[in-house]
Design a protein around this ligand. Structure first.
Ligand SMILES: NC(=O)c1ccc[n+]([C@@H]2O[C@H](COP(=O)([O-])OP(=O)(O)OC[C@H]3O[C@@H](n4cnc5c(N)ncnc54)[C@H](O)[C@@H]3O)[C@@H](O)[C@H]2O)c1
Length: 430
């Protein structure tokens, strides 16, 4: 019985996909006293984990070694270990195709493997963000082809991951976990697993509700960021300080939530997930207008930043062509190493297209390849900074010494979505 195995912590847990979401989940499961098997189809990652080396910033190598030495964690590329597992969480990527349609192929590939090894009493939980209906339409149909019946022979649920890498307060362990099962027994078993390992659990009535919860959360952010970005463009034309406006509005004790303008959306969630929803809504003939509009405004922000760089250089009588431009922070947000969908990369491409000589400095990203060109992070001493014609601040890493950067006197476009110091006259804030 899965229930008693979970209560006695004798269940053998599995996680497919050992990235930003899957690896921290393995650590929490193991810390709670379970044996966890992590499965990833990237042999380089598995090799590192087997050697006790973490590649995920939120999982210190010491924490990984602790659970390995306690005999509670193993990593493998061999999916047949699922024969011995009681539960498996799917944490694989759900990106967009070039056409902005969902690319569900990673989930499908994981489910192909589960279908081979599923056995009576097993529980499968999808944690990857996806459109409403995925768990029922893609996973349930395939797993029932085995002849096993959901809710009695096996359990199936969706439980969105809400982790915010680099967030010092909220992490995999303490963020409440929403759980929606295909049947009430599925919800009950999935809730039992998370209650015994993570923080509070929020059961909902179906997998579709749970899938939609995550998309509401991320669409909420995308639309509000889109709104404030549009306000920033408007304020720029009207010569009003948008930052002062936001800070004053935020003194209202109710009914207002602070969002800041920035260089655009980045990361594996906010720029992508809302399009999973708008794509699915189209099936019912529904056009998700807020999502599309926010997407347009947010994805246009790198162009706005590039236009500010042009203005900045123009003020000192220089064209973008052949100017030395340094981007500060290429990760999609502060204090992390993730450059997926980072708007800084778009800013970089736009300035390169205009003939700028673009370099970057980011302590979290020692090297990156843009448009086939590999670049290395540059040093940031005041003498180094003075070699540039313009600086563009795209991420607010706490290791950057902003007062010293501003004091170097080089024209700056400050596109951070956080205002950490008052701009000097040579600083253009967006
Ligand atoms: N990164 C975040 O901040 C975050 C937050 C909440 C939710 N999510 C969602 O969680 C999911 C995973 O995101 P992530 O950031 O952890 O991705 P990631 O790229 O960091 O990790 C995914 C891992 O899955 C592995 N993988 C891919 N296909 C596989 C397969 N068929 N079998 C086994 N392993 C496979 C990859 O090698 C990789 O290690 C996505 O749906 C994402 O939208 C991410």
């Amino acid at each position: 019985m899965l229930k008693s195995k979970l209560i006695e912590k004798k269940a053998r847990l599995g996680v497919i996909g050992l990235g930003y979401v899957g690896l921290p989940l393995c650590v929490e499961f193991a810390r709670a006293g379970y044996h966890v098997t992590g499965i990833d189809n990237d042999p380089r990652k598995v090799k590192k984990l087997q050697a006790g080396e973490s590649y995920i910033q939120d999982v210190p190598t010491a924490s990984l070694r602790e659970i390995i030495e306690a005999g509670r964690f193993t990593a493998t590329t061999d999916f047949s270990v699922m024969r011995e597992l009681d539960t498996v969480d799917i944490c694989v990527p759900t990106p967009l195709r070039k056409t902005k349609d969902p690319d569900i192929s990673y989930v499908a590939a994981a489910v192909d493997e589960i279908e081979k090894y599923i056995h009576p009493g097993m529980m499968v939980i999808l944690d990857s963000t996806t459109y409403p209906g995925t768990t029922d339409e893609l996973i349930l149909t395939r797993l029932e082809r085995t002849g096993l019946k959901v809710g009695t022979d096996f359990y199936l649920a969706f439980s969105p991951e809400r982790v915010d890498p680099g967030n010092p307060q909220w992490n995999t362990k303490n963020i409440p976990k929403v759980v929606g099962g295909v049947t009430p027994a599925c919800t009950e078993h999935a809730a039992l697993l998370y209650r015994s390992t993570l923080g509070p659990v929020v059961p909902v009535s179906s997998t579709r509700v749970a899938e939609m919860v995550k998309l509401l959360e991320n669409t909420f952010r995308s639309v509000n960021i889109g709104l404030v970005n549009e306000l920033a463009l408007m304020c720029d034309r009207m010569k009003i300080d948008v930052w002062e406006v936001i800070d004053a509005a935020a003194t209202k004790p109710f009914g207002f939530m602070r969002f800041y303008p920035g260089p655009g959306l980045g990361g594996h969630c906010i720029p992508i997930d809302p399009f999973y929803l708008s794509w699915k809504a189209k099936e019912t003939g529904f056009e998700a207008r807020f999502i599309e509009l926010a997407g347009q405004i947010n994805s246009n922000m790198p162009h706005y930043v590039a236009s500010k760089v042009t203005d900045c250089l123009n003020d000192v009588g220089k064209p973008v062509r052949d100017s030395e431009i340094l981007l500060l922070g290429v990760a999609y947000k502060e204090d992390i190493d993730d450059i997926r969908e980072s708007p800084a990369l778009d800013v970089m491409k736009l300035l390169v297209e205009k003939g700028g000589r673009v370099s970057y400095s980011d302590p979290y990203v020692p090297e990156l390849t843009v448009e086939g060109l590999t670049k290395s992070s540059k040093p940031l001493s005041p003498a180094d900074i003075r070699r540039y014609d313009c600086l563009v601040i795209t991420a607010a890493h706490s290791t950057f010494d902003y007062p010293a950067i501003v004091a170097a006197g080089v024209p700056i476009v400050d596109a951070r979505n956080a205002l950490k110091n008052h701009p000097a006259p040579h600083v253009r804030k967006i």
